[in-house]
Design a protein around this ligand. Structure first.
Ligand code: SAM
Length: 190
């Protein structure tokens, strides 16, 4: 019942690292078609399906249209890197802060591996600005990247902002793909 098999990557990462808990506020960057948001809705209990547990919230953003999903608030046709999107999120988030930022964003691949890598790293670096504005101290960020020459830059940027940064390769990610995730935990707000 997931909209995309990418859901299994997030499920696998979350099983291991327990990022998503009932009551948390989540921003899902590059959310279309919405499979990660489906996982997040369940895990943070944003529909209130479990009345005994705290109720969280999920905000999904994408350049593309995202079909509605119960428990999620989608901002379709928005650019995650745009300050206007950040301002909109700030208005919507409870107490103006998120506990977790997820990003499975990817640019349209040109097939030029180096170029695609650089573009995705730039997008990930822009998440640090989003975090600076909207992530609660102690919060976490999970972002997809394609490995390459700028990977160390991204790791350095994350390491400045978070206490703990790990590289994660979910089994559900095809072996041949250069796709990896950085899991950055315990945000220190500057
Ligand atoms: N995690 C999603 C799921 O489980 O359904 C799949 C995400 S898909 C691999 C990557 C998405 O990132 C695409 O839908 C693309 O439109 C989006 N994207 C790329 N650049 C973006 C940007 N600057 N702002 C918002 N979304 C972006």
């Amino acid at each position: 019942h997931f909209r995309c098999r990418s859901a299994f990557k997030l499920l696998e990462i979350d099983e291991k690292y327990r990022l998503l808990k009932p009551g948390l506020s989540v921003i899902d960057c590059g959310a279309a078609p919405g499979a990660w948001s489906q996982v997040a809705v369940q895990r943070v209990n944003s529909t209130g399906e479990r009345p005994d547990l705290a109720r969280g919230c999920v905000f999904g953003i994408d350049l593309l249209h995202i079909a509605p999903l119960q428990g999620a608030h989608f901002l379709s046709n928005r650019d995650v890197t745009s300050p206007a999107t950040h301002a909109e999120l700030q208005e919507l988030l409870p107490q103006a802060y998120a506990d977790v930022i997820l990003s499975d964003m990817a640019p349209n691949a040109t097939g030029l591996r180096e170029l695609d890598h650089e573009r995705l790293v730039c997008m990930c670096l822009s998440l640090l600005e989003l975090a600076e504005k909207l992530l609660r101290p102690g919060g976490s960020l999970l972002c997809k990247f394609w490995d390459g020459v700028l990977t160390h830059k991204l790791r350095e940027g994350l390491t400045r902002a978070f206490q703990d940064v790990k590289t994660v390769k979910p089994k559900a990610s095809r072996k041949e793909s250069a796709e990896l995730y950085f899991l950055a935990r315990t945000f220190r707000k500057t």
